[in-house]
Design a protein around this ligand. Sequence first.
Ligand SMILES: [Zn+2]
Length: 265
Amino acid sequence: MVDVLGAGPVAVLTGAGISTDSGIPDYRGPDSPPRNPMTYQQFVGDFAFRRHYWARNHVGWRHIARTEPNDGHRALAKLEAEGLVTGLITQNVDILHEVAGSRRVIDLHGRYDRVICLSCRRAITREHLAERLTALNPDYAAEVSDIEIAPDADAVIAATEGFQVADCEYCGGMLKPDIVYFGENVPKDRVLEAYAYVDQAEALLVAGSSLTVMSGLRFVRHAAKTGTPVVILNRGETRGDDLATLKVDGGCSPVLTSLAEIYTG
Ligand SMILES: [Zn+2]
């Protein structure tokens, strides 16, 4: 890896695999069950579905808020402080890179701790929405454990029927987590900024992504097309393996920790 990455500057693209050691499951990992991701159309088009989503999210977002960065996140923050990494693009919404101390981060798919209004585009913190949802659903927390362990999906839906959803307090519009869902595009200016990170770098390091979706794969294609060497660090195959100068089949935490030790002496 050191041979390919050289003295940098290096752009980094990370995916779910870097956060698995923080306890956030990688749904596309080799050992993970298949799942049906929620689509943007489901969210905006179906009130019962949206209500169910917010009822679950009212509980679930706290789990993410309690997670902590792992050695992989910390190693990348160190490599940035050292001057090797000059920009980090992440497909994760958990903001663990920021918590670990990385500064130049593009949250390609948004961030879980922010909520936007689809009408007036105002953003609020997830914490602020949590206060409003708690006020609207004062007894809900008591029912939470039942919902989490309900064995079949219909029971889960029924259990969230009474949940009160909050709308935008400025314009009454529909609120949505500031997260890019399936069926939705990453905002154009964010994509252009990410391409600029890759263009400014002498190498691209992919860590913990199987590059299943085009939103990440396009940066690998772009780097390969412009002659920028690509290192892919991931457990299992990725869609970008053919384009990589070097593929390392391994875990992010141990490999990135070793890499940071080499560069920081
Ligand atoms: Zn609004």
